[in-house]
Write a protein that binds this ligand. Structure first.
Ligand code: GLA
Length: 401
């Protein structure tokens, strides 16, 4: 199995950049507009005093096609993502809140859905909240039963990131940086991380992640946006159609840790090689669906056919015609059908989020890779650069799919 895509990704990025996305050059002014592309910075309020009171900024990226994306410096969260449907009617298609209080409330901490956030140091679970690297065992936060989830109690989703907007001839974006101190959450090594969000005029939002370390460590970064392509707060995503470019997935035990097996999806409710609605098979009694309370699994992406980013997933809302395609350099994708949303949160438009009212598609290395030598490696060593790219590409289509 290949290890992290560190070197390969440079070639992949170059290929992709040959399209509409060119390398970002950081600019300084507060608001810029060109060809319909603009980036504006505004205040998103302050963290509560108990969380340090830090001022949180919001960067809004807009293009000439009616799409806008708002990113806040708290957690690097995609707070809003608005785009037209097939008739040009706009809606915000990602779950979140209208103000910082939503992200810092007790109800949110209890539900812990990670809406729109950057996830690190390790996306998804590490079994038994520990791993061993070069003969040293590192105990981690057990924040999800016996396991570590999404980096532990104070993951990257809860950090305030430094931010700088930029603009190129064909893109606008925001560059976020955060340096995770040695030992944070139990993980070894000082880890400077950079995450760049870039929007172009083809309705593509690109995410470039980079990290380095001064001690051998493990890293697995992702974004945890929830989608409801009919609009957040509009009800269930069970009618959305999903296609995943994967012949295999990683089955889990009852605590959602992979067993280590790469199982064929053929003949199971995990076969999304052609379009299926999310709801079609979700209430089946397949043991894996019972463990996940629905879909909460990692799919093993089929290797890319040529150079360039690999098409991982396609999500279609037949009612609005909105389509999300996800392309990535990562070997896996976690499809989580919003099983733990339970009506305790009221989102951006003030409407309740119930089970299955949004879904996440998290590009990643496989869960528990640090304890599964047969999985693609998540080890990062001094002198290496962790580098991955994922693109959310939006489009619309008429009736059918
Ligand atoms: C991931 C996990 C889920 C759940 C969500 C956040 O997708 O796999 O089990 O924890 O994050 O609620």
């Amino acid at each position: 199995m290949p290890s992290l895509t560190r070197v390969l990704v440079v070639a992949l990025c170059a290929t992709f950049a040959a399209g509409a996305l060119s390398a970002p050059a950081v600019a300084k002014s507060k608001s810029k507009s060109q060809g319909g592309l603009s980036v504006t910075k505004s205040s998103f309020g302050n963290l509560p005093p108990s969380m340090g009171g830090t001022a949180i900024d919001r960067y809004t990226l807009r293009n000439g096609r009616g799409m806008s994306v708002a990113i806040i410096t708290y957690g690097g969260i995609i707070q809003e993502l608005t785009l037209p449907d097939r008739r040009g009617r706009k809606a915000n298609v990602t779950l979140g809140f209208a103000d910082i209080a939503g992200y810092t409330s007790e109800a949110y901490a209890e539900a812990n859905p990670y809406f729109g956030a950057i996830i690190g140091r390790y996306g998804n679970r590490i079994g038994g909240a520990q791993f061993t690297l070069d003969g040293v065992t590192y105990p981690l936060d057990a924040n999800n039963g016996p396991n570590t989830l999404h980096g532990g109690f104070q993951g990257f989703d809860k950090k305030v990131w430094d931010a700088e907007s930029f603009k190129t001839a064909k893109t606008v974006g925001v560059r976020l940086t955060y340096t995770s101190p040695d030992g944070e959450g139990g993980f070894p090594g000082t880890l400077p991380v950079e995450m760049i969000y870039t929007l172009d005029n083809r309705n593509r939002l690109r995410m470039d992640y980079e990290a380095t370390t001064d001690k051998p460590t493990v890293v697995n970064l992702t974004n945890h946006a929830y989608w409801n392509l009919a609009g957040e707060g509009s009800g269930s995503i069970e009618g959305h159609l999903l296609k995943l470019n994967a012949d295999r997935y990683t089955p889990v035990d009852e605590t959602l840790i992979p067993t280590g097996e790469l199982a064929a999806v053929a003949g199971t409710p995990f076969d999304f090689r052609s379009f299926h609605t999310i709801g079609e098979r979700i209430r089946g009694n397949h043991e894996q669906l019972v463990f996940g309370r629905g879909y909460d699994h990692n799919w093993v992406l089929n290797p890319p056919r040529g150079s360039g980013l690999n098409l991982a997933a396609k999500l279609v809302d037949p009612s609005s015609g909105r389509v999300l395609s996800i392309l990535t350099t990562e070997p896996g994708i976690q499809f989580y059908s919003g099983n733990f949303l339970s009506g305790t949160l009221y989102g951006t438009s003030g409407r309740q989020y119930r089970q299955g009212d949004g879904l996440a598609l998290e590009t990643q290395h496989f869960p528990d890779s640090p304890n599964k030598p047969q999985f693609p490696s998540t080890t990062l060593r001094p002198g290496e650069t962790y580098s991955t790219t994922t693109v959310y590409a939006f489009s619309t289509k008429g009736g059918g799919h």
